[in-house]
Design a protein around this ligand. Sequence first.
Ligand code: C5P
Length: 250
Amino acid sequence: MPTRSNPVYCGVDTIDLAQATKLIQSIAGGPKPAVGGIKLGLEFFLAHGAPGVRYAFPGPVRATGVGFFLDLKLHDIPNTVAGGIRAVVELAPTFITIHASGGKEMLKAAVAEAGGQAAKHNVPRPKLLGVTVLTSLDRSDLEATGVDADPSDQVLRLAGLARESGLDGVICSPLEIAALRKQCGPDFVLMVPGIRPVGSAANDQKRAMTPRQAVDLGATNLVVGRPIYQAADPRAAAEAIAREAGVNDL
Ligand code: C5P
């Protein structure tokens, strides 16, 4: 099997700054990180903001080449979303999330702002990923919001809108990978949570897939939280998951 770059992003789902710092150092520290990237989301960012990111995920760890997924799920009027993007590009995130249902103008404003701010701060342009339909919503939930569609159709519709608006990819469940890969082409980023290594606990993930299955279906990146951060040895757990996903030069 040919080796590939490490697709695994570890979801650091905690507001405990010391715990996040220790975890990130152990799985992403040098000389070679055991993960492809770190995901910090609403919990961490609302509690600690940009200074917390710089503290828990400092330059020397970033210098290993590990990615940074800032999972903010932005959704507001175009001007405000652009302001949110402006506030975080300096942190050089690899990926930022934004709700595709916010509409084309909002998505385009975010894309334009990401490009402009990246040039200003001399960092790579963050890739913007759309959130389509949250996996917590079923058909009746959509109906209650006035959307008369099956979640799977709505996912494809919103992914199409995201792509037309210049986004680089979407977050999707393992069950959506195949259809999205077909619709959106080989270069569209599919960032996939709901991943469980062979033989591990599903926790609350109802339709989990293994790293191998998700990559074979066309996932670009995998998001894995508890199987790494709850393991007795998070680094060893991350390495094992990366190997399952086809990385063999750890
Ligand atoms: O611990 P676990 O591997 O289930 O964590 C997965 C990560 O992906 C968490 O940060 C969770 O919020 C996120 N996520 C998810 N399912 C979705 C969307 C995001 O598990 N549908």
